[in-house]
Design a binder for this molecule. Structure first.
Ligand code: 5AD
Ligand code: SF4
Length: 417
């Protein structure tokens, strides 16, 4: 597929290509063993937060870095980078460039009930067999090993994590392991009814994907009719201590780029954190091109022109540059610019795919199998040693901006966002 096919993606947006069955919002069968979902009471997590803001002008990519903890509660988005660790444990995972690895994204399923154009193909499912996917027990064992290795933040992703039965039970295990920060990224379709259970299982933070505020356009982008259920999910989150929800929008030129201001208005009205993510070459159909990506700097300029923004300090390893509204309106803007302003130099993340591979970068050419070790009797010490060795070899950075860049063979739905 060449970049010349990029118009195809626009054709879907324009409704020219009937790329899916509009009457079906598929919810695939959950993989792994069925564990009944346990409903719990919403627990309060909301200690007061104190923010320190810098007076510096908000120049994207040149903002001062926030090096002191400004939050009373543990909020890794504002985590100190001073070498200290919360809860008094030494940080033990690092790579050969000296980056400390504290953040693990765990994909618990490669299945998804959406087919976002910038992620999945409209073609039939090509999921892995259930026994290829790590069982909850295997995922729990790895979580314990990673926690022992100093992982502080675990984000549960998919595919769509809520399509796999037992997510709440797994979250509870992470809570019992005393993982300091437990978060989830979801497309929101199944969220509304699950919020209380997620909170009671120990979820600290949640990101919901929402790529359009227009139900018709939403349908074209996600190839589902789930707009209302996603909105109900966001409302449900906003009514709990999980608020403010982080709302992720991937902007694609010609699709939803015209909604920047509408999204900013949404942040102001709902008090959510609206995050704009640059489209990355991780789509299954290989339609990505630089022309289809809306640079974060453009988003910043457009919002700032309408509602002046004030920068909020960020930790070095944070992917988002954060802004509040100068007029004091609620809500926040986050700009995530992996393509135009890569943050690889301060990356603290690794990923575990649903089939048990470690990816040290979204754009890694290779991944590293742990499933075989788990299933062939390796000891915890063996697995720890392997993880240390492969983290040591983490790539310096992605090469999207270099000549000859080749997108990874695994796309976002198989890697976990
Ligand atoms: N580029 C940028 N972000 C992507 N996501 C999925 N595919 C892409 C892509 N090609 C985002 C989703 C979701 C998270 C899991 O990853 O919007 O918020
Ligand atoms: Fe599913 Fe998320 Fe990919 Fe959309 S971006 S198809 S919701 S995994």
């Amino acid at each position: 597929m060449t970049f010349a096919s990029a118009p195809h993606i626009l054709a879907i947006a324009a409704g020219i290509q009937p790329a899916y069955d509009k009457d079906v919002t598929p919810t695939p069968p959950a993989c792994g063993r069925d564990i009944p979902w346990r409903r719990g009471e919403a627990a309060g997590f909301g200690l007061p937060r104190v923010r320190v803001e810098t007076p510096a002008p908000p120049v994207l990519g040149k903002e001062p870095v926030h090096r002191k903890c400004a939050d009373f509660r543990f909020d890794p988005d504002s985590m100190c980078e001073s070498g200290f660790l919360f809860f008094g444990e030494p940080m033990t995972l690092h790579d050969k460039f000296g980056r400390q690895i504290t953040d693990l994204r765990v994909s618990v399923t490669d299945r998804c009930n959406f087919r976002c154009v910038y992620c999945r193909s409209a073609d039939p499912e090509n999921y892995r067999e259930h026994d290829e996917i790590l069982s909850w027990n295997e995922l729990e064992r790895l979580a314990r090993i990673f926690a022992d290795l100093g992982i502080q933040k675990m984000r549960i992703t998919g595919g769509e994590p809520l399509v796999r039965d037992g997510v709440e039970v797994y979250l509870r295990k992470l809570t019992e392991l005393r993982v300091p920060d437990i978060s989830m990224t979801t497309n929101g379709h199944l969220l509304a009814e699950r919020v209380p259970g997620l909170i009671s299982a120990g979820l600290h933070r949640i990101n919901v994907s929402l790529d359009s505020l227009d139900p018709i356009k939403f349908e074209k982008i996600t190839r589902t009719r789930s707009y209302d259920s996603v909105m109900r999910g966001i409302d449900a989150v906003q009514a709990t201590a999980l608020a403010p929800a982080k709302i992720n929008a991937v902007l694609v030129r010609g699709f939803n780029e015209d909604e920047v201001e509408a999204f900013a208005a949404f942040a102001r009205e709902r008090g959510v954190i609206m995050r704009f993510i640059e489209f990355m070459p991780l789509d299954a159909d290989r339609h990505w091109s630089r022309d289809l990506m809306v640079p974060a700097e453009e988003v910043y300029r457009r919002i700032h022109a309408q509602w002046p923004l004030v920068q909020i300090p960020h930790a070095q390893s944070e992917t988002a540059r954060k802004y509040r509204f100068a007029d004091g309106a609620p809500g926040e803007i986050g700009l995530i610019a992996p393509v135009t302003q890569p943050f690889c130099g301060h990356c603290s993340r690794i990923r575990l795919t649903a089939d048990g591979k470690v990816r040290t970068c979204l754009f890694s050419k290779d991944d590293h199998d742990l499933r075989g070790m788990l299933r062939n009797g390796a000891s915890d010490a063996d697995i720890e040693e392997r993880i240390r060795a492969l983290v040591d070899q983490k790539e310096k950075g992605h090469r999207i901006n270099e000549a000859g860049f080749v997108p990874p063979s695994r796309t976002m739905v198989f890697i976990g966002g």
